[in-house]
Design a protein around this ligand. Structure first.
Ligand SMILES: O=C(O)[C@@H](CO)OP(=O)(O)O
Ligand SMILES: [Mg+2]
Length: 398
């Protein structure tokens, strides 16, 4: 039996120094799981609701714990997550908070895995999982909502798509990060860092494209496998009154599509996340028509890990990829359902961290357990390397 006996909730700090919710889950068979909720800065308008951590804890203790303690088996993830939905009673976890819900959901999964004596990725994905490892996308230059006085585009991502192993890929991203520092210093540009550990230099987007191109090309030649690069444009943050507003000018939707397509071709971009506003499903479909056979067009704020929004994107042909953030939707069940709906329709999943993170490693296991082809979890910094190092352990053990 893996019945949940006890759940403890507490406030802990995230990487931005804000409080977040951590959950401990214990089971009758002595299983234990601990997990903490991450937190976004460039959050999607349709995301599940994050409450103040103290309020979320108080409300979850009152409404959710009685439905879980002594009631549900930790290994039955769907039952755990159904109880969280029942306790909350809303569409978006605005009663108990998606931060409380996701912390409990992930901690219960870990307690279920521990009770059964299996690694979390195998508990989530089954015995054949662990052979196909995700390619890590590593943020190496960024700005937007993650750093002031830096690029307009939120993330420039190293994408070691030709790496023979996760180990090679993780080291490649770190090498690209390091090379960029050298290139910036050589030009006398200050090497500040943003929330995710990427360099946040005071340069324009055009300059960042050239520096990332130079760094990925150089490291790729040294290591002998393909390292492309990609973007998270977080375009909803640039969108004002129907236009995309950059420091050096304003673009209409048609111009934004043209700009993205041009950058895809000029720099052989392998990945473009949130190139358009979070409600512009049809403009997304136009862009995907134009460059979807050459690159991944990934919906983050567009889908918010929500199967109904993903279904709309599938129906319209809005993208060929989806970002998966468990805290955007509130439970692991909902996140895995989105991965599986995508997979049925040829939509590739990228399991992702948030800009505010903790040392929690659950997303590394979700990516392996759901056989997601990509994971986006930064390049350097303890809360980022926690996930990358866990991937290295999984690769070593699988
Ligand atoms: O936009 C994103 O993809 C994320 C993570 O990189 O940022 P945030 O957590 O701030 O939404
Ligand atoms: Mg994003």
């Amino acid at each position: 039996m893996t019945r949940i006996t006890d759940i403890e909730l507490r406030r802990v700090l995230d990487s931005r120094g804000n409080t977040t919710v951590e959950a401990d889950v214990a089971t009758t068979s002595g299983g234990f799981g601990r997990a903490a909720a991450p937190s976004g800065a460039s959050t999607g308008e349709h995301e599940a609701i994050e409450l103040d951590a103290a309020d979320a804890i108080e409300r979850a203790e009152e409404a959710a714990l009685p439905l879980l303690e002594s009631e549900v088996d930790a290994e039955d993830q769907r039952a755990v997550d159904a109880a969280l939905h029942e306790a909350d009673g809303t569409e978006n976890f605005s009663e108990i908070g998606a931060n409380a819900a996701v912390a409990i959901s992930m901690a219960a999964a870990k307690a279920g895995a521990d009770s059964n004596g299996v690694p979390l990725y195998r508990h989530l994905g089954g015995t054949f999982r662990g052979q196909d490892m995700p390619t890590p996308l590593g943020n190496v230059i960024g700005g937007g909502e993650h750093a002031a006085e830096a690029t307009n585009i939120q993330e420039f991502l190293s994408a070691p798509v030709g790496a023979p192993s996760v180990e090679d890929a993780v080291l490649a991203n770190a090498a690209v990060h390091d090379r960029i520092k050298e290139l910036l210093q050589a030009e006398g540009v200050p090497t500040n860092k943003g929330d995710e550990g990427a360099w946040a230099p005071p340069i324009g987007d055009a300059k960042a494209f050239d520096i990332v191109d130079e760094a990925t090309t150089a490291v790729s030649e040294e290591l002998g496998f393909e390292i492309g690069f990609g973007l998270d444009m977080a375009a909803a943050e640039l969108y004002e009154d129907g236009d995309y507003v950059y420091d050096d000018g304003v673009k209409s939707t048609a111009e934004q599509i043209e700009y993205v397509a041009e950058m895809v071709r000029e720099y052989n971009l392998v990945y473009v996340e949130d190139p358009l506003d979070e409600n512009a499903f049809e403009a997304w479909a136009d862009l995907t028509d134009e460059v979807g056979s050459e690159t991944m067009i990934c919906g983050d704020d567009l889908y918010v890990t929500n199967v109904s929004r993903l279904q709309e994107g599938i129906d319209l042909g809005s993208s060929n990829s989806i970002l998966i953030k468990p805290n955007q939707i509130g439970t692991l069940t909902d996140a895995v359902d989105a991965i599986e709906l995508g997979a049925e329709h040829g939509i590739e999943s990228v399991v992702s961290h948030r800009s505010g993170e903790t040392e929690d490693t659950t997303i590394a296991h979700v990516a392996v357990g759901a056989a997601a082809p990509f994971i986006k979890t930064g390049t350097v910094g303890g809360e980022r390397t926690a996930k990358l190092n866990e991937l290295l352990r999984i690769e070593g053990q699988a």
